[in-house]
Ligand binder design. Structure first.
Ligand code: C5P
Length: 227
């Protein structure tokens, strides 16, 4: 029997930069055999598309138009690694730069852009279930999610993780500059008037500073199973 959209279960995992939500969301989705939404990638794609077309990152109307018609495709390569295409161009690495992250945070502060991305985000909700990773998955996009996790970690730990992540990808950054970028992005994400980064009222908070990835994943899976 076909499930209606509302019957398809969602686990929302929100949190700030470097909280580990991307990794956790991916592993929880794999463990359950559910779909995955990396909503940050959509904001990054919007920023990248704007930069490529020379659209100013505060031009609400044109950015919203761009976001509403993003030609984005998510897939994987032969080794199972994640691949993302924009206008048929492989932008997997391009959207992960700090420049694109900062651009994403700028366009994400505009409510017409957030509205334009709503339907696209909700279209990821497919059977048997969805794990959605972002800032406002539990508080806005999937308010009816059965489990909402707000993942945090200390600022130092988050900067360290992000540093390692970028280094592993061969992207050269300084830890000090990264800490500053993270602080700036957190501040903007928390202080913006539309969909600010904060836990949904019914979210369960999890501080992962002193936890391994495995521990965080199994905690989320336990919560999902209602244990
Ligand atoms: O998670 P990621 O670092 O890829 O997100 C990039 C930026 O996109 C964030 O700093 C935030 O400003 C924005 N974002 C958002 N809402 C989401 C996901 C990301 O505002 N659901």
């Amino acid at each position: 029997m076909m499930m209606s959209q509302a019957e398809i279960p969602v686990i929302a995992i929100d949190g700030p930069v470097g909280s580990g939500k991307g990794t956790i969301a991916r592993q929880v989705a794999e463990a359950l055999g559910w779909h995955l939404l990396d909503s940050g990638a959509l904001y990054r794609l919007t920023a990248l598309a704007a930069i490529k077309r020379g659209i100013a990152l505060d031009d609400d109307a044109r950015l919203a138009e761009l976001a509403a018609h993003l030609d984005a495709r998510f897939g994987s390569d032969a080794e199972g690694g994640e691949r993302i295409w924009l206008d048929e161009e492989d932008v997997t690495a391009a959207i992960r730069t700090e420049e694109c992250g900062a651009g994403a945070s700028a366009v994400a502060a505009l409510s017409p852009v957030r509205d334009a991305l709503l339907d696209l985000q909700r279209s990821f909700r497919k059977a048997p279930g969805l794990v959605a990773d972002g800032r406002d998955m539990g508080s806005h996009v999937f308010m009816d999610a059965g489990l909402k996790v707000f993942l945090t970690a200390s600022p130092q730990e988050r900067a360290k993780r992000r540093y390692k992540q970028l280094n592993d990808k061969g992207i050269d950054v300084s830890l000090a500059a990264l800490s500053r970028d993270i602080e700036e992005r957190d501040r903007r994400d928390q202080e913006r008037s539309v969909a600010p980064l904060r836990p949904a009222e019914d979210a369960r908070e999890l501080d992962s500073s002193n936890m391994s990835i495995e521990e965080v994943v199994s905690t989320v899976l336990d919560w999902a199973a209602g244990r």
